[in-house]
Design a protein. Structure first.
Length: 301
């Protein structure tokens, strides 16, 4: 089994070593799994359970003060499952896998996704807050009121979907270096692939906002040629379907590193925003980013 994981593209963390240790654990956990789908779920679950990443525990609060999680998974035969806007759900990747295996659908959202998760035996009453996110949300001084008032505040504060993430953190009290810390994994065993991506969203986005992560081809993608998981400025990733773009280059004959580099170069040219992507093919793995940093880990067994 070959597994590559990422901890998100964004700022450089103040203390990278503990985060790297969790990433290494996640890659190792995935590499010991039985199938690529087992591998990406196992790896991402390690990251979702760590408050050091913006996924599961420690997710970002939305404008109404609720933390909602999203995730998507896909295999090389193009089987897909995704789930979004789930309060109280740490194991978002496991919900996405259940959608893939237990329904004829691709994506479930909101309260119905939570109800479905509960029916699958997944814990839906997890406290996803940390002391840091509670403090920063209190300091952000988000206005109370209806959705129209919150929408005006979000627009005024962030200046649109492509606002500089560093400015977002300064203006709205986001956890430093965590705004884009979506997590993901890609695994290969023989000719079989799987990819998964999970997130706690964008700090103080409008309540109900769904970014790239659970959108097929944007936050994640797989085909018989390989798989990819993306992270970064979600709206822009969705506009250019970054993960699908990277896998298409695999299909065109590029290796994993060349496909990652090409996808990020084009992403930057098209959007001017920051992102990262990890890629796996039959011969190896690759990663690229145009943000200040993106930590990864790779294990081959």
């Amino acid at each position: 089994m070959q597994v590559i994981v990422h901890g998100g593209a964004g700022g450089v963390p103040d203390d990278p070593d503990p985060r790297q240790a969790v990433l290494d654990e996640a890659a190792g956990r995935g590499a010991s799994a039985a199938t690529p789908l087992d591998a990406v779920e196992s790896a991402v679950r390690v990251l979702e359970s760590s408050p050091r990443f913006n996924a599961g525990v420690g997710s970002c609060a939305q404008s109404d003060g609720i933390l909602r999680t999203d995730a998507g998974v896909m295999t090389g035969d193009r089987s897909v499952g995704a789930a979004s806007s789930m309060p109280g759900v740490e194991a978002a990747v496991s919900v996405a896998r259940s959608v893939l295996e237990e329904t004829p659908h691709i994506l479930l959202s909101g309260v119905h996704a939570v109800d479905f998760a509960a029916a699958q035996g997944i814990d839906c009453e997890v406290d996803l807050w940390t002391d840091s996110t509670r403090e920063r949300f209190a300091d952000a001084d988000v206005p109370e009121g209806d959705m129209a008032a919150q929408a005006r505040w979000v627009q005024e504060t962030f200046g649109g979907a492509t606002a500089d993430p560093d400015a977002e953190q300064e203006d709205a009290g986001a956890p430093a270096g965590k705004d884009h810390d979506t997590v993901g994994a890609v695994a290969r065993d023989g000719e079989d692939f799987a990819a998964a991506t999970s997130t706690g969203g964008r700090w103080l986005a409008l309540a109900g906002r769904v970014g790239d992560v659970p959108q097929v081809g944007s936050g994640f993608y797989c085909s018989p040629a390989g798989g990819a998981s993306a992270t970064g400025a979600g709206e822009d990733i969705a506009r250019v379907t970054l993960s699908r773009r990277a896998v298409r280059y695999l299909e065109d004959g590029m290796d994993a590193q060349a496909a990652a580099d090409r996808a990020i170069d084009e992403f930057g040219e098209l959007t001017g925003a920051s992102a990262g992507v990890i890629v796996a093919d039959r011969d190896g793995t690759g990663s690229a980013f145009n943000s200040d940093g993106m930590q990864t880990a790779v294990v081959r067994e």
